[in-house]
Design a protein around this ligand. Structure first.
Ligand code: CTP
Length: 397
C-alpha cells in the first residue's frame, strides 16, 4: 500500500495519456494521493474533468494561475510530493527536462523539484530510437531520473517496436519500488542468466535454447523487493531488466570472470544455462571445407561457476541458489546436483521439449534444499520469480 504517499503526476501530451487515467485509479486504490498536472498538449488527449474525478484532486494546468500561486506556489507544489511521476513522458517533455527549460507549469515543476522523478516514456518507435532521444535518456539517467518502460509492441501509429508506455500496473510497481523500502533493501544480489556462446571460429559457436526469460524475471522480482541487483547475462533473447546493473558476456569463462568481479554479494542466483564445454583451440579464422575430410572439434570442460562460488572459503554469499535443467529423474538428479555443487537451494525443472519450458513463458519447478523438496505448481516464469524472491527475502531478512 502507498498510504500517506503523495504523487505529483505530470501527464504529457501523447495518445497513451488515456492509460494515465487508469494509473490514477490504481494509485488511488493503493491509498496514494495523486496531484495531477496536465500539459497543454495532454488536454487534447484527456480532459481535466476525468482527471479531477479520478484523482479527487485539483488539476493543475498548463499556465500559471494567480489563484493557484496564492494557494500553493509552484515551488511548493513541486516539493509537496514524495515522488514526481511523468506519464506519458513525451520526447519533447524529456528534451525540456534535459535542458532545464521552464516555459510551462510541468517543466517548471520538474526543474524546481527536489524529490525523486520517475519517467514513463511513450512515443513513436523512430522517435524513441532517434539519437537525440537516446542521448536525452542517458543524460536523465545520469541525473538520477528513474525510468519505467517503454515496452515493445504494436503502436497506435501502426508501427511496431519499443515506444509504448509501460502498463499502469508496471508503473505502479516502479512507484512502489521508488517509495517503499522492500525487505531486500541494502542486499546485493548477483544473478547469472541466459545461454553462453562458445566459439568454434569467428562466425560459428555452440549455444543452447535458453532465452534468459527466467533469469530476467528473477532480477525484476528481486529488484522490486528493493535488492541491488547485478545481472551477468549471456546473449539472451529477452531484453535485460531495467534499473539493474547489467554485465553482458559471451562465454562461460567470461561469465566466471564477471561473477568474480561482481562479488561480494549477499545472495547469488545462477539461472544461466552455461555451456558445459568450450571448443579447445577455437580457430581465429573461419574454418573452411577441405578435401581432407570433416573438421574435428575437441572440447574442453568449462569452469563450473555455481560450484566455484558455492565452495568459496571466504566471501561466499549467504545464500547460493542453482538451477537444475533436467530431462529425466528431475528430483533425483537435482538432489545429487545440490550435494555435488554445494549450493543451498536448487530450483529444479524439467526441460524436456514436450514441456515447452525452455524458451517458453511458463515453468514448473521444485525447490530442493537440505530441508527437503518443495514442489510448486506450473505457473508463469514471472510468478515463479516473485515466489522465489519472496522466499529469498524470508531466508536472509
Ligand atoms: N552452472 C554453472 N556453470 C557451469 C554449468 C552450470 O554455473 N559451467 C550452473 C547453472 O547456472 C545452474 C546449475 O549450474 O544453476 C546447473 O546447471 P545444469 O546445466 O543443470 O547442470 P550441469 O552442472 O551442467 O550438469 P549436467 O549438464 O550434467 O546436468
Amino acid at each position: 500500500m502507498l498510504t500517506g504517499k503523495r504523487i505529483l503526476l505530470i501527464i504529457g501530451g501523447g495518445i497513451s495519456a488515456y492509460k494515465s487515467l487508469d494509473l490514477i485509479r490504481k494509485l488511488r486504490e493503493r491509498d496514494a494521493a495523486v496531484i495531477p498536472v496536465l500539459t497543454g498538449a495532454a488536454t487534447e488527449f484527456v480532459t481535466p474533468l476525468s482527471v479531477a474525478a479520478l484523482s479527487s484532486s485539483k488539476v493543475y494546468g498548463e499556465l500559471f494561475d494567480l489563484t493557484d500561486e496564492a494557494e500553493m506556489g509552484h515551488i511548493q507544489l513541486s516539493r509537496s510530493a514524495d515522488l514526481v511521476v511523468v506519464a506519458p513522458a513525451t520526447a519533447d517533455l524529456m528534451a525540456k527536462m534535459v535542458h532545464g527549460f521552464a516555459n510551462d507549469l510541468a517543466s517548471t515543476l520538474l526543474l524546481a523539484t527536489d524529490t525523486p522523478v520517475l519517467v514513463a516514456p511513450a512515443m513513436n518507435v523512430r522517435m524513441w530510437e532517434h539519437a537525440a532521444t537516446q542521448r536525452n535518456i542517458a543524460t536523465l539517467a545520469d541525473d538520477g531520473v528513474a525510468f519505467v518502460g517503454p515496452n515493445e509492441g504494436d503502436m497506435a501509429c501502426g508501427e511496431f517496436g519499443p515506444g509504448r508506455m509501460a502498463e499502469p500496473l508496471e508503473i505502479v510497481a516502479a512507484v512502489e519500488a521508488e517509495l517503499l523500502d522492500g525487505p531486500l533493501k541494502g542486499k546485493r544480489v548477483l544473478i547469472t542468466s541466459g545461454p553462453t556462446h562458445e566459439p568454434i571460429d569467428p562466425v560459428r559457436f555452440i549455444a543452447n535454447r535458453s532465452s534468459g526469460a527466467q533469469g530476467t524475471a528473477i532480477a525484476n522480482a528481486l529488484s522490486a523487493l528493493g535488492a541491488d541487483v547485478v545481472f551477468v547475462t549471456g546473449p539472451a533473447d529477452v531484453a535485460p531488466p531495467s534499473g539493474v546493473e547489467v554485465i553482458a558476456v559471451q562465454t562461460a569463462q567470461q561469465m566466471l570472470e564477471a561473477v568474480q568481479t561482481a562479488l561480494p554479494a549477499d545472495v547469488a542466483i545462477f539461472a544461466a544455462a552455461v555451456a558445459d564445454w568450450s571448443v579447445e583451440g577455437a580457430s581465429d579464422r573461419k574454418l573452411k571445407k577441405t578435401k581432407d575430410g570433416l573438421p574435428t572439434l575437441t572440447f574442453a570442460e568449462n569452469p563450473d561457476i555455481l560450484a566455484h562460488v558455492s565452495q568459496l572459503k571466504t566471501g561466499r554469499p549467504e545464500l547460493v541458489v542453482g538451477f537444475a535443467a533436467e530431462t529425466n529423474d528431475v528430483e533425483a538428479n537435482a538432489t545429487a546436483k545440490l550435494k555435488r555443487k554445494g549450493c543451498d537451494w536448487i530450483v529444479a525443472n524439467d526441460v524436456s521439449p514436450e514441456t515447452g519450458i525452455m524458451g517458453g513463458s511458463e515453468n514448473d519447478v521444485a525447490i530442493i534444499s537440505q530441508a527437503g523438496v518443495d514442489e510448486w505448481p506450473r505457473m508463469s516464469k514471472d510468478m515463479v520469480s516473485r515466489k522465489l524472491a519472496q522466499r529469498v527475502a524470508e531466508a536472509i531478512a
